[in-house]
Design a protein around this ligand. Structure first.
Ligand SMILES: [Fe+2]
Length: 217
């Protein structure tokens, strides 16, 4: 957690504390990333973040909303605060106020993404996949997924030259293609893409709910 605006996020990164729990943990690497990348390049049915409410299929909505252990009540927040044109214009979402911004999503179904399914069959701890596709040189502004301790899994399918991802308080995570990290997304995180389309594959994690007045929410 930190709730920094994007400018503060990147400008204070050298001074983040070193005595807090880490923001990211390395979970391994898969050599299947090249084949998965080819499947991404071939696929042409992505949903733009701003069109999620109209276009997204049920499985995409479910996988995105529940990725870090939330129930479906978070969906309103996801589409209205994180991924809407209004929030970009208002300066409180993940998107900068730029109509050319291009962050897209898809659920990798077996027909189009057989290698993703091969990976999941070989590694059954990874479930409920969805893929993000970000246009060259676009950014995701710093954000977090809420105050409860929570995580998801994030695999790099490719890393365009010049791309930069960081999460509080750990700092810059040097992803190599095929790397999988457990990201503790209650901490602020942000991304600057490099010079090519960037694909990442996300899987279900979980969360610890706040214990409030002796009751577990
Ligand atoms: Fe995020």
């Amino acid at each position: 957690m930190a709730n920094m605006n994007n400018e503060k996020f990147w400008s204070t990164i050298e001074d983040w504390p070193t005595d807090l729990p880490v923001g990211a943990e390395f979970c391994g690497n898969t050599s299947l990333h090249e084949k998965i990348y080819e499947e991404c390049e071939k696929f042409d049915n992505w949903t733009h973040s701003f069109d999620l409410s109209e276009e997204a299929d049920e499985e995409l909505v479910y996988n995105m909303t529940t990725a870090s252990g939330s129930d479906m009540s978070r969906w309103e927040h996801v589409r209205e605060v994180q991924f809407s044109k209004e929030s970009a214009q208002g300066g409180y979402g993940i998107a900068p106020n730029d109509k050319e911004w291009g962050l897209f999503w898809a659920v990798p179904r077996k027909k189009d993404f057989p290698t993703v399914h091969q990976f999941m069959e070989e590694n059954p701890q990874y479930i409920d996949p969805y893929i993000s596709k970000l246009r060259p040189n676009d950014v995701l502004l710093s954000h977090n997924h809420g105050p409860d301790p929570q995580f998801l899994y994030n695999m790099s399918i490719n890393e365009p030259e010049g791309s930069k991802f960081a999460i509080y308080p750990t700092g810059i995570i040097t992803y190599k293609p095929g790397d999988i990290y457990k990201l503790h997304v209650n901490n602020d995180h942000a991304l600057i893409n490099g010079n090519e389309t960037r694909y990442h594959l996300l899987f279900k994690g979980g969360r610890i709910h706040h214990v409030d007045a002796g009751r577990i929410n």
